[in-house]
Ligand binder design. Structure first.
Ligand code: NAD
Length: 348
């Protein structure tokens, strides 16, 4: 039926944002009434994780330093053994989406509250979604209880991101906002957030790439990515995320690089069928061809820019195309398997 009513729900998250916010994590754990925190950190965040550990003092029960991309269930099992051994009652995660995903997986199995301290722009901290992999298959679940109740955005944690990761992670965030603009369940709120997010990312990213240690532009980029994370949480993602999901799960690919190489191709495919999104993006970019602008940002990446360079076998593309075309997700231009394959060949 042609239902006109749309639902906009906000997740109740407490967000602390600004330089120095990381020093408030210990106080946030105390505020939750927790006494035995498990601290999950990626090696890239070992220095600030050490600071958090110091601030937690006796509230630190255990550490786990080996989160892996796409939340493999075997890694979660290792973390669960630590949780049980330490009788942890809350989980603090610092790092990219891999660390935050592991904290969600632990919380899903224990009900423990989470404090998320993101160091990339992936946006997982804003979502009630957990994707887990087992035997090359990624399964995703959605539950409001999975969203971290406390999120701490400290731009200082992003100053050391290399240029390459900065670009790909920002493109990952951009993809959330772009797909929100053509989502069937978009609302005035998600449109506003997505527009502000795309505007912020496209303005701040070049400044940050010019001067990666400039705190002010880093803070703007991080906040634009925060909005993109809300877009990801609030709207149903389309073809772009379906492609990233199936490819990433099947070939164990780096998440942000994959988003970077796909986004412009999906925009070129979808925008002719998504006039409202196209006109917003044209206004933001000041060009009639926003996909070309995004393609240029992706092409300038110093790392791999094609699926072939990530080791995806060409012979694997038809199978991916079949799965993506058959999967149930909304897209302004529902693709056939042949169209998906053409798109994949172009990205390959
Ligand atoms: P990641 O967490 O794997 O980090 C990528 C690499 O960057 C790692 O080597 C990490 O150590 C390093 N790194 C992280 N922050 C850094 C920093 N500030 N400086 C230097 N190096 C740094 O990758 P990601 O792109 O942040 O997240 C991707 C993962 O998150 C995927 O598994 C994806 O599926 C998941 N994700 C989930 C959701 C969701 O809503 N469930 C949303 C987005 C991403």
């Amino acid at each position: 039926a042609d239902v006109q009513v749309r639902v906009h729900e906000m997740l109740p998250a407490r967000v602390l944002v600004g330089p120095g916010a990381v020093r408030l994590v210990g106080g946030e754990v105390e505020r939750l009434g927790a006494r035995r925190a498990l601290l999950v950190a990626t090696p890239s965040a070992s220095a600030p994780a050490g600071e958090i550990a110091g601030d937690l003092g006796p509230r630190l029960a255990a550490r786990f330093d080996r989160p892996a991309p796409h939340t493999p269930v075997a890694v979660t099992a290792e973390a669960m053994a630590v949780v049980e051994e330490a009788s942890a009652d809350c989980v603090v995660a610092i790092g990219g989406g891999s660390a935050i995903g592991l904290a969600k997986a632990v919380s899903a199995r224990t009900g423990m509250p989470q404090v998320a301290v993101p160091t990339t722009y992936a946006g997982s901290e804003m979502t009630p979604v957990l994707g887990e992999t087992e035997d090359g298959v990624k399964t995703t679940r959605r539950d409001p209880a999975l969203a971290p109740g406390t999120v701490v955005y400290d731009p200082a944690l992003t100053l050391g991101m290399p240029r390459g990761l900065t670009r790909t992670s920002a493109m990952n965030a951009l993809a959330h906002a772009v797909e929100a603009l053509w989502a069937p369940d978009a609302t005035m709120v998600s449109d506003a957030l997505a527009t502000e997010s795309v505007t912020g990312i496209l303005a701040a990213l070049p400044e940050v790439l010019d001067d990666p240690s400039g705190t002010e532009a880093r803070a703007r980029l991080q906040s634009a990515a925060w909005l993109a994370g809300i877009c990801l949480a609030r709207t149903r993602m389309g073809l772009h995320h379906q492609l990233a999901h199936v490819l990433g799960g099947a070939f164990d690919l780096p998440h942000a690089e994959l988003h970077t190489m796909l986004l412009a191709h999906v925009m070129a495919f979808n925008l002719p069928a998504a006039p409202a999104a196209a006109s917003r993006l044209s206004r933001i970019t000041g060009t009639g061809d926003p996909a070309a602008m995004v393609a240029e940002l992706a092409r300038a990446y110093e790392g791999p820019t094609r699926l072939s360079e990530l080791g995806v076998p060409r012979a694997g593309l038809p199978g991916v195309a079949e799965r993506v075309a058959a999967a149930p997700y909304p897209n302004p231009r529902p693709p056939t398997a042949a169209e998906v394959q053409d798109l994949l060949e172009a990205a390959w």
